[in-house]
Design a protein around this ligand. Structure first.
Ligand SMILES: [Fe+2]
Ligand SMILES: [Fe+2]
Length: 295
């Protein structure tokens, strides 16, 4: 395996997450995640890190759509998906080289959200076309909706930062990401080789836990413990956090990290592109990170 290390920018007010927790990146598929250091409330720092995360994620959404759109059945839609992917790849590079100042935060955010808007519309339009049978791509309707919800959420987050507010609200973080984690688990279950009985079971069980946690509060935790007692108990043993949601988030992050490695090494049989495996891993990581910061 080729070696690569992240540039840590020590003392820069930022922190780099890697799969291993060290400086090495597992090439070629791992992407590190940059976040403001704990205790750094600067909205410009958060806007920069979240914009980098979001533009990279959106570039990948375009790529995943293209991979699931055979030219024979969705030629035009595929070209559009690749154009979005290029747009967000370019934006990512530009943002990486030009962190925003505090006084230009509003224009930084509005330039970005203006670019996200047409992609939200594309996801809504194609989601509908796929659901009604007008489009027969290999992109599920739920995948269009899921990725649209992510784009809408990053838009809201960036707009909040433009107002100078960097704090995370625990309920918002929990409500948004538990639903995303539930859907990821079902995506994984349906993209695994049908021979992977055990992993499919685990993924479906995780989906039900997050669907229950999504209901919120102690009722959601109780429902998860009743419906999936073994999964919830294991999660609390492996990640004995005070919050059941954080414990579940850390458990699904571990699951996805192991899955990404297993898919890369072809120990796990699936039709999951390794880039998609790392993508959902990074989203779980962001969930854990936001939950730890949330008030
Ligand atoms: Fe995503
Ligand atoms: Fe996602």
């Amino acid at each position: 395996m080729a070696q690569a290390t992240v540039e840590t920018r020590e003392g820069s007010g930022f922190f780099y997450y890697t799969r291993s927790g060290g400086r090495e990146i597992e090439q070629p598929f791992e992407k590190p995640v940059i976040v403001p250091a704990v205790g750094n409330p600067d909205p410009a720092a958060h806007a920069w890190a979240d914009a980098l995360f979001a533009t990279d994620i959106l570039a990948e959404h375009g790529l995943f759509f293209a991979l699931l759109m055979p030219p024979e059945v969705a030629g035009e839609e595929r070209k559009e998906a690749l154009r979005f992917s290029e747009t967000f790849t370019e934006l990512y590079k530009h943002i990486n080289a030009n962190p925003p100042n505090r006084n230009e935060l509003k224009s930084f955010v509005s330039k970005l959200t203006d670019k996200i808007k047409p992609f939200i519309e594309y996801k809504a339009r194609l989601g509908e076309a796929q659901a009604s049978g007008k489009l027969r791509s290999l992109v599920w309707n739920l995948f269009f909706d899921h990725t649209r919800h992510e784009a809408e959420r990053w838009t809201r987050r960036l707009e909040t930062l433009a107002r100078g507010e960097s704090e995370f609200d625990k309920d918002e973080v929990s409500m948004f990401w538990t639903n995303i984690m539930d859907e990821h688990a079902r995506f994984v279950a349906h993209l695994l080789d049908p021979d992977e009985y055990e992993l499919i079971e685990q993924a479906m069980s995780a989906s039900r836990v997050f669907a229950d946690l999504h209901k919120g509060g102690i009722g959601g935790v109780a429902a998860a413990a009743v419906h999936e007692p073994a999964t919830v108990a294991n999660s609390l043993v492996e990640n004995p956090e005070t919050s059941a949601v954080l414990s579940a988030a850390e458990t699904i992050l571990d699951f996805k990290t192991k899955a990404a490695r297993g898919i890369e090494a072809a120990r796990i049989k699936s039709i999951i592109d390794p880039r998609l495996a790392d993508h959902v891993r990074r989203e779980a990581l962001k969930f854990v990170d936001e939950l730890k910061r949330a008030v």
